[in-house]
Structures are given as C-alpha cells and as structure tokens.
Write a protein that binds this ligand. Structure first.
Ligand SMILES: CC(C)(COP(=O)(O)OP(=O)(O)OC[C@H]1O[C@@H](n2cnc3c(N)ncnc32)[C@H](O)[C@@H]1OP(=O)(O)O)[C@@H](O)C(=O)NCCC(=O)NCCS
Length: 181
C-alpha cells in the first residue's frame, strides 16, 4: 500500500548514463552501510552501466536505480535496486522493477530472479518466492562479498513469462561455470 497523502514524484525512468555513476554509487553505498545491499565500486558501476536504469526526479536528481544482469539465454537477475529514503513508498521501486522486466522481455529472456530481504515488495511487483536451491550455482559468486555472508537469509523470487518457464530454465547449462562459495 502506498503512503497516504504522498503523490508519486514526477520522475523519469531511463537507462543510466556514465555521468549518473557517482550518484548511483552514493545511493547504493547508503544502503550498503546498513548491510542492506552489496557495495559497488565506481569501476564496477562504469563497467556495468549498460545494465542500469535510474529514476530521475524533476530536479534531475537520481532517486533510484536498478540493474538487469543476464546470466544465460533464459535467465537474468534483477539487482542493485535502491530508492532513496525520501522517495520511498511512492511507486518508484515498482517502476524500476518494471523497467528491468521490460528490458528482459526485449532481450527475449523468459525469467528474472532476485535475491532480497524485502520479498513482500517483490511479491507486490509480480514475483513469486522459490527455493534458493532452484537457482544455478553460478549466481552465488557475489555472495562472498556480502557483509552478511555466510549467514544471510535473503529470499529468492522469480518472475517468468509463464509459470512453467520459472521451473524449466536451463540449470544444467550454468552448472559447469559455477564457482563454489
Ligand atoms: C525496497 C524498495 C526498493 C522499495 O521501493 P519503493 O519505491 O519504496 O516501493 P514502491 O513504492 O514502488 O512499492 C510498491 C509496492 O510494494 C510495497 N512495499 C514497498 N516496500 C515494501 C516493504 N519493505 N515491505 C513490504 N511491502 C513493500 C508498497 O507498499 C507497494 O504496495 P502496493 O502494491 O500496495 O502499492 C526501497 O524501500 C529500498 O530501496 N529499500 C532499501 C534498499 C533495498 O532493500 N533494496 C532491495 C535490495 S534487493
């Protein structure tokens, strides 16, 4: 449910530009400091800039970001989702999640998963919980960088073009690339 009395900010969701990277870095850092997200360096963000979307308010300020990272022909991860505290509760997060889903559809990727401490939010955005063990090993490579590793209780959720697609993405194709964590 939205916060009563607060209008959705006028905002633009667009692919990120390199000039957005410092603001994205600061936004992610503000939540990484609270152990809610994995910290990203400027270098990592510049390299991955094509994966990012940003929410920009009327004043041109970055108030949110998200990213879609492709893993395989049928699977991508929604990551780096953050909305500045002042802009939360007004639909910005949902729009950033939708932007990644639309991007996956353009790429013809059938399933998008995420790992999160806020599963209820993603359920509101059309994602359904799955067992983490259903995801390919390769996705755990980043977990060693998490401040809560190995005692994290992140929840895995997935959205697919069809329910059956959620259960049939090609696990085996990713297994040989797995690096143990
Ligand atoms: C989680 C986060 C992205 C949500 O962004 P937001 O802009 O506040 O979310 P929205 O306003 O778009 O909310 C969409 C829906 O989810 C619900 N929702 C939002 N945050 C929620 C939460 N923490 N728990 C449960 N439901 C939540 C809203 O009530 C709304 O419901 P509706 O369908 O009834 O309208 C934001 O709180 C955030 O950046 N948190 C800190 C960083 C973080 O945890 N990122 C996720 C890491 S994977």
């Amino acid at each position: 449910m939205r916060l009563r009395g607060l209008e959705a900010p006028r905002l633009n969701i667009r692919p990120a530009r390199v000039s957005d990277v410092p603001a994205i870095c600061d936004l992610i850092k503000s939540f990484a400091d609270k152990k809610l997200m994995i910290r990203r360096t400027l270098g990592e963000l510049y390299e991955a800039i094509r994966e990012f979307y940003v929410a920009v308010d009327d004043d041109g300020q970055i108030i949110g970001c998200s990213a879609l990272h492709v893993f395989w022909e049928d699977l991508a991860e929604l990551k780096c989702l953050a909305v500045s505290e002042q802009a939360q509760g007004r639909g910005v997060g949902r729009k950033l999640v939708d932007a990644c889903w639309d991007s996956a559809r353009v790429l013809d990727i059938k399933s998008v998963f995420t790992l999160t401490y806020v599963p209820e939010f993603f359920e509101r955005c059309g994602y359904a919980q799955i067992e983490k063990s259903e995801l390919p090993h390769k996705i755990w490579n980043e977990c060693v960088r998490c401040p809560l590793f190995p005692n994290c209780n992140e929840v895995a959720l997935i959205r697919s073009v069809s329910v059956s697609a959620a259960m049939t993405f090609n696990h085996q194709a990713l297994m040989p690339l797995a690096v143990g964590v």
